[in-house]
Design a protein. Structure first.
Ligand code: PBG
Length: 310
């Protein structure tokens, strides 16, 4: 009876797994604040993607750990960077997996900000051509979807024009549109060593208090050519996901971010919660709130549990 009247069905094909990739071979480097998640070399990313595919997870999103950082984050658009190399290997060895790549500079800049610095501030407009270069390098490597997470104004339009002007009309854009300046990104910044060295990201990421402004950002990104939009983080933003679902017809992603994952893992490790039930309840809730797909570090475990019958 419950099965036939169930309103929301969580399925593995709504999940997108987050990967941290870096150069090397046979490398699986544990991340202490994200138990169960590792920094992977390209060959290990391929192995992990194969496992995800066999569990019915359709997509991965890649974040890069560079060899060196500099003022502009130039390794981000290097054709030899770990993300670009991993994309090429994935498209060759696991061609049926959808590859999404995060477009941002913070992992690659020595100062840890998502754009270039002028007079102690992030220069929005000077950053746009660099982001376009990153998206182009990823598209050249074979990325199916580029996902700008930098939050500069006008970046979706700049990236769309660069892609179209270089023969990548087919490359899609998933815009991190409603992205808060959030404390929930702490473990990610440890994983990617990307915490800003001065100041914070409130000049370009959004104020968590402003749900209406988030709708405006989504509308602007869609006007500029985004194919799908994102709400991030997920748990403290269910109303934002729901409002976005009710207002816009575009596909909506929610990002179940690193801090949300780490809290669950920490409580589970202490035996305080039932990890499997909590994870499936959280992911079901995100879908019920209105997300079409969910980026999550729980993807592999959740898909396995769903396969075993929830
Ligand atoms: C920026 C980026 C961040 C995350 C995804 N892309 C970090 C930030 O904005 O500081 C966070 C994701 C997470 O916490 O899981 N490149």
């Amino acid at each position: 009876m419950r099965a036939v009247v169930r309103e929301t069905r969580l399925t593995a094909d709504r999940l997108v797994a987050g990967f941290f990739v870096r150069h090397g071979k046979g490398l699986r480097q544990a991340i202490s604040s994200l138990p169960g998640v590792s920094r992977l070399s390209p060959d290990e990313a391929v192995a992990e993607a194969q496992e995800l595919r066999s569990l019915g997870v359709p997509a991965v999103i890649l974040f890069g750990i560079p060899e060196k950082k500099d003022d502009t984050g130039s390794e981000a658009w290097d054709d030899g960077a770990a993300v670009q190399e991993t994309v090429r290997r994935l498209k060759k060895e696991v061609p049926e997996i959808l590859v999404v790549t995060d477009v941002c500079l913070d992992e690659y800049t020595s100062h840890g900000h998502c754009g270039v610095i002028r007079d102690g501030e992030v220069d929005n407009d000077a950053t746009l051509p660099l982001l376009a270069k990153v998206a182009l390098a990823q598209a050249r490597a074979g990325s199916d979807v580029v996902a700008p997470s930098d939050m500069m104004d006008g970046r979706v339009g700049a990236i769309r024009r660069a892609l179209d002007g270089n023969g990548f009309e087919q490359t899609a854009i998933l815009a991190y549109s409603a992205k808060s300046a959030s404390a929930f990104y702490g473990p990610f910044r440890e994983a990617a060593d990307s915490a800003p060295k001065f100041g914070d990201r409130r000049g370009y990421q959004m104020d968590a208090s402003n749900g209406r402004e988030m709708m405006r950002e989504i509308a602007l990104d869609l006007e500029e050519g985004a194919d799908a939009v994102m709400v991030k983080p997920a748990l403290a933003y269910f109303d934002v996901i729901r409002q976005a679902r009710d207002r816009f017809d575009a596909p909506i992603a929610a990002y179940n971010v690193s801090g949300e994952y780490a809290m669950v893992k920490a409580a589970a490790a202490n035996g305080w919660i039932d990890e499997k039930r909590i994870v499936l309840e959280i992911l079901t809730g995100i879908v019920r709130a209105g997300a079409d797909f969910v980026i999550t570090y729980h993807a592999r475990d959740a898909a396995r549990w769903l396969k075993e019958g929830g």
